[in-house]
Design a protein around this ligand. Structure first.
Ligand SMILES: [Zn+2]
Length: 274
């Protein structure tokens, strides 16, 4: 499992209920007494307060400490317009928590807020490593600085929610094929029961979560498969479509990939030298 003791895994979610798709992995980390923190970007429309309460309830069930929950409360669907604010907040949180790993929704064109969450994390990591390497080289030329922080760079992971790559409608909980090795958190009976309880907790999202997860495996949720996640390649280019052709969100939102790509190209810096 990623993360080492005392260096938390930070989960970055676009919406309340994104955690449904990585809940078992969070639970495993928490059960191993590894610190887990979470940041939600959006507020969740009209039901904002209720949805935040649902996430707090879900985290209690998963075993995440309430003091490790952070909320940015942006308007739903508008996170791309607030990219710089998100990056700033993330960098502050990264300085504070020094996470060993950051988990974000996959870059898969399912929802612009999901892709923005990962873009923000990638931008924050690249900017932070640039600052750290600049500080390190300045220190080399000057006097020795015993208080210097060791270079700290979290590993970025992604988990799939839904996309339209190679699917007539939506592919749920499966990655767009890539070259990075996919890790799987094994899902046992108690984890399926957790997913079932979570599906009930996120009742304001019933219209979305229930059809996505199906709840079709009966009370034991036997159709719930192992939970995939994989490392995000450090060189990923966010100005290139995650797959050729029209993205899922281009069918049901007014956001077009060109808009995302323009913002991504301006925000991202070339990766810092290793
Ligand atoms: Zn979402």
């Amino acid at each position: 499992m990623p993360g080492t003791p005392k260096t938390p895994a930070l989960f970055l979610f676009a919406h309340h209920d994104d955690e449904f798709f990585i809940a078992v992995t969070m639970r495993r980390l928490a059960a191993a007494r590894l610190p887990v923190a979470a940041l939600w970007l959006t507020r969740g429309g009209l039901h904002g307060d209720r949805r935040e309460a649902e996430s707090r309830q879900a985290m209690e069930l998963i075993g995440v400490d309430p003091s490790s929950l952070h909320f940015l409360r942006l308007a739903d669907g508008r996170s791309l317009d607030n990219l710089e604010d998100i990056v700033e907040r993330l960098m502050r949180l990264m300085r504070e928590l020094k996470p060993a790993s950051i988990f974000t929704p996959a870059f898969e064109g399912g929802h612009p807020d999901h892709d923005t969450a990962q873009l923000a994390a990638a931008v924050a990591i690249r900017r932070m490593s640039k600052v750290v390497s600049q500080t390190a080289s300045e220190n080399q030329s000057g006097a020795e600085n015993p208080g210097a922080q060791p270079i700290h760079k979290p590993t970025l992971y992604e988990f799939p929610l839904y996309n339209r790559s190679g699917a007539r409608l939506l592919r749920v909980g499966e990655f767009i094929p890539g070259t990075t090795e996919i890790k799987q958190t094994p899902v046992r009976l108690q984890d399926r029961l957790l997913k079932r309880r979570l599906a009930v907790i996120f009742r304001s999202q019933r219209a979305i979560i229930w059809p996505l997860t199906g709840l079709r495996g009966g009370p034991m949720m036997v159709h719930v498969k192992d939970e995939p996640y994989r490392q995000v390649p450090a060189s990923r280019d966010y100005a290139v479509r995650p797959y050729p052709g029209r993205l899922a969100y281009e069918y049901y939102t007014s956001v077009r990939f060109q808009h995302f790509a323009g913002i991504a190209a301006r925000a991202i810096l070339p990766p810092a030298p290793p």
